[in-house]
Design a protein around this ligand. Structure first.
Ligand SMILES: Cc1cc2nc3c(=O)[nH]c(=O)nc-3n(C[C@H](O)[C@H](O)[C@H](O)COP(=O)(O)OP(=O)(O)OC[C@H]3O[C@@H](n4cnc5c(N)ncnc54)[C@H](O)[C@@H]3O)c2cc1C
Length: 384
C-alpha cells in the first residue's frame, strides 16, 4: 500500500471478508444476540478462509498477512456482527502471542489447530482486583518440579468455558510487571474451572466468564518465553488487539451509517424524505468524515506496527481510542436518525450501539489509552 491506496490483494481480502460477513454473519447476528449463541461453526468457516491465523506464519497454517490486512478483515467482518468479529480478533491475538514468543515445539503443537479454529483461544489478563492496573495481578504460578501450580482468578474472559487454549498471565516472581510470566493452560487441565456466563449489555454472541485456577498443575513446557517477560508479551499482544478492536468499531459503525442513510432516504416527515433536511445531511456528513478520519489513523497505526516503528504502541493507543469513541458515537447517531424505530431491536441498530460500547472499555480503557499517549509527552503520571 502507498499511504493512501490499498493494493489489489488488499481489496480482494477485504471483499472476501465482507462477503463472508454479509452471507454468514449478518443474517443471524440478531438471533445470536438474543439467544446468546456463540457461533463456533461459522467461526471455523471464517478460519477456512484464512481468518483464524491472519498474521500467523504460514509454516503452522497461518495466513502470513499484515496488521493492515487484519484491520481490513476485522472492519469487514464487523459489518456482519461486531461481537463475532471481536472474538475472532481476540483469538488471533492469542495465536500471535504463541507464534511470536513460543518455542518451535509450542508453535507446532498449538498453532495448527488454532489457525483452523478447531481450537479456540482466550486471553487471560484481567483479575477482580487488577483491570487497568494489570501489572498488579495476583494469580500465582508456583514452580513445583517440572510444573507450575496456578492459583487465582481471572475476570471477564472472552470465550471462557468454550475455548480450548487459555493464554494466562500469572505471577512467577516479584510484585510488578517484572514478576509476570505467560503460561498456556489447556481446557481439560484439572483445577481449571469457569464462572457463570455474565449477563451483559452487548457482546451477547460470545460468552464472558471468570476463569478459576485451584491447584491447577501446568507443565513448565507451556510457558511462553523465559520467566518474567509475561507482561511484555501481554502488552505486545494488545498493540495488535487494539487495532483489531478499533477496526471492529469502525466496521460496526459503518454498517450503522449505511443503514441510517438508507432509512433517511425512505422515511418521510413534513412532506419530504428526512434525508432532504440539511441538518440531517450535515449529521450524515460528519459521521462519514469522522469515521474516515478514524480509519485513516487506524491504518497508519497498523502500518507502523507492521514496520515495528518505535512509536507503534503510541499510535495503536491513539487509534484504539479514536476508532472506538468515534465508532460508538456514529452508531448512536445512526440510532437517533432512526427515531423511535432505532430503539427497537428489529432494526438492528440498538444491537450495534450495545456491542460497540464495550470497545471503549476493554483491551485497555480509553483512559488507559490516554495514559499511554501522555507518557510519551510528559512522562508517567504519579502512580502509573
Ligand atoms: C465484555 C468484556 C469482555 C472482556 N474480555 C476480556 C478478556 O478476554 N481478557 C481480559 O483479560 N480482560 C477482558 N475484559 C476486561 C477489560 O479489559 C477490563 O474491564 C478493562 O481493562 C478495565 O478494567 P476494570 O473493569 O477492572 O476497570 P478499572 O481498572 O477498575 O477502571 C475503572 C475506571 O477507572 C478508570 N481508570 C483506572 N485507572 C485510571 C487512571 N490511572 N487514570 C484515569 N482513569 C483510570 C478506567 O478507565 C475506568 O473508567 C473484558 C471486559 C468486558 C466488559
Amino acid at each position: 500500500m502507498n499511504a493512501f491506496a490499498l493494493t489489489e490483494d488488499q481489496i480482494a481480502i477485504r471483499d472476501m471478508a465482507q462477503e463472508f460477513a454479509a452471507e454468514t454473519l449478518a443474517p443471524h447476528a440478531m438471533r445470536w444476540d438474543e439467544e446468546k449463541h456463540f457461533p463456533v461453526e461459522e467461526m471455523r468457516a471464517a478460519a477456512a478462509l484464512g481468518m483464524g491465523g491472519i498474521y500467523i506464519q504460514d509454516d503452522v497454517g497461518g495466513s502470513g498477512l499484515t496488521r493492515l490486512d487484519a484491520a481490513l478483515i476485522f472492519e469487514a467482518l464487523s459489518t456482519g456482527c461486531p461481537t463475532v468479529a471481536a472474538y475472532i480478533s481476540i483469538h488471533n491475538m492469542c495465536a500471535w502471542m504463541i507464534d511470536r514468543y513460543g518455542s518451535d515445539e509450542q508453535r507446532r503443537r498449538l498453532l495448527p489447530k488454532l489457525c483452523t479454529m478447531e481450537h479456540l483461544a482466550s486471553y487471560c489478563l484481567t483479575e477482580p482486583g487488577a483491570g487497568s492496573d494489570a501489572a498488579a495481578l495476583k494469580t500465582k504460578a508456583a514452580l513445583d518440579g517440572d510444573h507450575y501450580v496456578l492459583d487465582g482468578q481471572k475476570q471477564f474472559i472472552s470465550g471462557a468455558g468454550v475455548s480450548d487454549i487459555y493464554v494466562v498471565m500469572a505471577r512467577t516472581g516479584e510484585a510488578g510487571p517484572g514478576g509476570i510470566s505467560t503460561i498456556v493452560v489447556e481446557k481439560d487441565t484439572p483445577g481449571l474451572s469457569f464462572g457463570a456466563n455474565e449477563k451483559k449489555m452487548g457482546w451477547n454472541a460470545q460468552p464472558t466468564r471468570a476463569v478459576i485456577f485451584e491447584n491447577c498443575r501446568v507443565p513448565v513446557a507451556n510457558r511462553l518465553g523465559p520467566e518474567g517477560i509475561g507482561f511484555k508479551i501481554a502488552m505486545a499482544g494488545l498493540d495488535g488487539g487494539r487495532l483489531n478492536i478499533g477496526a471492529c468499531s469502525i466496521g460496526g459503525a459503518q454498517g450503522a451509517l449505511d443503514k441510517a442513510i438508507a432509512y433517511a432516504k425512505e422515511r418521510k416527515a413534513f412532506g419530504s424524505a428526512i434525508a432532504d433536511f440539511q441538518a440531517l445531511q450535515f449529521k450524515l456528513a460528519d459521521m462519514a468524515t469522522e469515521l474516515e478520519a478514524a480509519r485513516t489513523l487506524l491504518w497508519r497505526a497498523a502500518a507502523a506496527l507492521d514496520a515495528k516503528t518505535p512509536d507503534a504502541t503510541k499510535l495503536c493507543a491513539m487509534a484504539k481510542r479514536i476508532a472506538t469513541d468515534t465508532g460508538f458515537e456514529v452508531a448512536n447517531d445512526a440510532l437517533q436518525i432512526h427515531g423511535g424505530y432505532g430503539y427497537l431491536a428489529d432494526y438492528g441498530i440498538e444491537k450495534i450501539v450495545r456491542d460497540l460500547r464495550v470497545h471503549q472499555i476493554l483491551e485497555g480503557t480509553n483512559e488507559v489509552m490516554r495514559m499511554i499517549v501522555a507518557r510519551g509527552l510528559v512522562g508517567r503520571a504519579k502512580g502509573n
